[in-house]
Design a protein. Sequence first.
Length: 191
Amino acid sequence: MGYSAQRTEISTHSGRYVDLANPQPESFLIEDIARGLSNTCRFGGQCSQFYSVAQHSVLVSHLVPKQHQMAALLHDGSEGYAPDLQTPLKAMLPEFKAIEERVQAAIFKRFGLPYPMDASIKEADQKALATERRDLTPWGEDYWPLLGDVKPLPFKITAMNPQEAFSAFMDRFYELADTLIFDNQSRIGYA
């Protein structure tokens, strides 16, 4: 059996397969999401030190109202499977954006979260981005049109290594999951 250019499945750390062309919610495990995000560096790796998407996601989850915290934690979940691309490159690749959207929607369905995401998550994502840019890149506080007049948070970020970020992500997931009521893997409300 030879290699097929049409293959759209990727394998995960847990040994599962995720079909990027037709992602099924039951294919996703939180540990695989956390592993992928903790090993993926923000800014396409162009930062002063390794800073993972997992750590970013934990930060964003603390910046939104309680009812949106789990969605905020998982807001970049697709990047655990279709790695993060810098925004200008992503804008040039509409098919990649479509794949990312399909995967993200399936992840949210898997965890019983409404999709598309609440606007508060995008706002928190931008605040986190402004802070990360200030603290973790050589460009610091230089003006960046993408951010407009979004101000960084009043504290400094200290980057974690991938294993620390994995643990922080999993801890935050279980902290938030403890406040949710599930019925057959679908969220039905908060405790």
